[in-house]
Design a protein around this ligand. Structure first.
Ligand SMILES: [Fe+2]
Length: 211
């Protein structure tokens, strides 16, 4: 008997029936889930954080949608990274780091082959740019980095810091927020770091009073 339960859920938990270009997104998410479940889980956590930032920043609906989509697929290019590099339990060699750093460009080339997703590819390509212009692959700087890519950059780093990795323990939430703050204006858009840190602070305050 075929289950009628919805296969996909939106980030707020409601059933999500993909339509239009979302069919291509759902197919890619299926592929990542099957080939690299750790990457899929990381992208989903990053998307949950990005959604909170987008809500807090009161972004327009189209921009909000772009933020979520960029977060949900920002590491799709890692499908092309050999598992022995992607999952290496230790620091990467220079060659391995070069291979790893190809994933935003590969992500863009995967996305631009899908009808309607070329624009999303541009946003994914820019998720490893840095506010000070020393990121990759294009060394974009400041406001020339698209807003969704800047938001995903902060949420991606926070998730990476707070989850245990094979070769290093996870950082506490406080320490991770401190690290984001330390890198604001260099790696990250300082305005987005401020929204992110306030968001966490407000949530903790609410938790502390049992709200
Ligand atoms: Fe990531």
């Amino acid at each position: 008997m075929i289950s009628k339960a919805p296969r996909w859920r939106a980030l707020d938990g409601s059933p999500w029936e993909p339509g239009g270009d979302e069919v291509a997104i759902a197919a890619l998410l299926d592929l990542v889930e099957e080939a690299a479940p750790d990457v899929a889980a990381h992208m989903e956590r990053t998307a949950r954080l990005a959604r909170l930032v987008a809500l807090e920043a009161r972004l327009s609906d189209p921009l909000h949608r772009q933020v979520i989509r960029t977060a949900r697929l920002h590491d799709v290019g890692k499908l092309a990274i050999p598992p022995w590099v992607r999952e290496k339990p230790g620091p990467l060699s220079d060659t391995e780091r070069r291979i790893m750093r190809s994933h935003p460009v590969t992500g863009q080339s995967i996305l631009e082959r899908k009808p309607g997703l070329a624009g999303l590819g541009v946003l994914v390509r820019a998720t490893h740019e840095r506010w000070d212009g020393t990121g990759y692959p294009d060394r974009l700087k400041g406001s020339s980095i698209p807003i969704p890519s800047r938001i995903v950059s902060v949420c991606d780093a926070f998730d990476a810091m707070t989850k245990p990795r094979p070769y290093s323990p996870s950082m506490t939430i406080d320490a991770s927020l401190g690290e984001l703050d330390r890198c604001a204006g260099a790696q990250f858009d300082p305005g987005i770091v401020q929204v992110f840190c306030e968001l966490f602070q407000n949530r903790f305050d609410r938790l502390a009073v049992g709200a």
